[in-house]
Design a protein around this ligand. Structure first.
Ligand code: SF4
Length: 377
């Protein structure tokens, strides 16, 4: 009997504004059946009979788009149902514009011990241009409110290579991010996704994005500044002070299994990757009728599982343990990948350590293009 996963992701698909670059599973909150959604969410939690959890992550959408009462209902009900006696990390995502003192008080009463704040940029003009609902002042209010309530394990998301953004803007952003004195940062370059306002603008030639050289200069600058300030670049897009790496996100990159709960959420159970129904009404109906809302279910072949192991593991600075890989898949790592590893070491993209396969800085910089070389024909 396979061991049950000890991590769960809970999706809150509502937002108080829709950002121009976003293709996540979410809807504008107004007129949505939020209370019913929270009831069905608990039915889905019950259906899976979760074991004691090590990590729990509430994401979105925007969990803090809920009212303080709804947030309280969500957290109280989750905590009543789940065994959190082994819990190491309980993260909730929050948006600066939504995080009122009342909501912070609700979080303080709960077992939440980590906050991930969607800052994106400190520049008010850029915030408006990407369709965010908050401003710079609200970022500081949120951080100080959280710290006053005793939350210090705070992460912020930043996006770089935004339309019209210059190196000087990046320098200011990094300076302001560091001044927050928080232990974790996630950093993403703007990706144009289909069915977003930005993709339409790009097609019409109205989006003026920094070119690729500027984008990689921006990344290099951020990387060196954060390192200088004691942050470890522990994953392609993530930086942490020692001991503050996200345990939940490390679980994804370790290719471990987890429960995914809520409309549009993805999960990984018993070798099956699944995705729940996204549209709210479809989700509510499915949970009422069958207890879960899984729509796409895919059992991975061993070859696919190994590909994912490589792809995800190489994102981490710590890389992939050859011994762990061989134990998990009962195959010789060297037979499978020895030639590719030698080639990538020669190109300066992997480190010369045959027991722990790790990217060099140059490799981390190129990210997925290196990982793709491990796809077996
Ligand atoms: S980026 Fe976040 S807040 Fe903005 S629309 Fe997407 S899920 Fe909502």
């Amino acid at each position: 009997m396979q061991q049950k996963p000890s991590s769960a992701y809970v999706h809150i698909p509502f937002c108080t504004q829709i950002c121009y670059y976003c293709d996540f599973s979410k809807v504008f909150i107004k007129n949505q059946p939020v209370d019913t959604y929270l009831v069905k969410l608990m039915q889905e939690v019950d259906y899976y009979e979760l074991p004691a959890l090590r990590t729990l992550y509430i994401g979105g959408g925007t969990p803090t788009a809920l009212s303080a009462e709804q947030l309280d209902v969500l957290l109280t009900n989750l905590e009543a149902r789940l065994d959190l006696s082994q819990l190491q990390e309980f993260t909730i995502e929050a948006n600066p514009g939504d995080l009122t003192a009342e909501k912070i008080a609700v979080l303080k009463r709960s077992k939440v011990n980590r906050i991930s704040l969607g800052v994106q940029t400190f520049n008010d003009r850029h915030l408006r241009q990407i369709g965010r609902g908050h401003n710079e002042a609200q970022i500081y209010d949120s951080i100080s409110g959280l710290k006053e309530a005793g939350f210090f394990n705070i992460s912020i998301d930043l996006i770089y290579a935004l339309p019209g953004q210059t190196m000087m803007d990046i320098e200011k952003n990094v300076e302001k991010a560091l001044a927050l004195d928080i232990p974790h940062l996630s950093l993403y370059s703007l990706i144009l996704e289909n069915h977003t306002v930005f993709m339409n603008r790009q097609r019409r030639g109205q989006l003026h994005l920094p070119n690729e050289d500027t984008e990689s200069d921006m990344f290099a600058y951020i990387l060196s500044e954060l390192k200088r300030q004691g942050f470890d670049h522990y994953e392609i897009s993530n930086f942490a002070k020692p001991g503050f790496e996200s345990r939940h996100n490390l679980m994804y990159w370790d290719n471990a299994e987890y429960y995914g709960i809520g409309a549009g959420a993805s999960g990984y159970l018993n070798g099956m990757r699944y995705r729940n129904r996204g549209p709210i009404q479809h989700y509510l109906k499915a949970v009422s009728e069958q207890g879960h809302a899984r729509l796409h279910e895919e059992y991975l072949t061993k070859a696919e599982q190994m590909e994912e192991e490589m792809f995800l593991g190489l994102r981490k600075k710590s890389g992939i343990s050859v011994a762990r890989f061989e134990e998990k898949f009962q195959l010789s790592f060297n037979d499978l990948y020895g030639a590719i590893v030698d080639q990538l070491i020669a190109e300066g993209l992997l480190k010369n350590n045959k027991q722990q396969i790790q990217m060099t800085q140059k490799g981390l910089f190129l990210g997925d293009t290196v990982a793709e070389r491990f796809i077996l024909e």
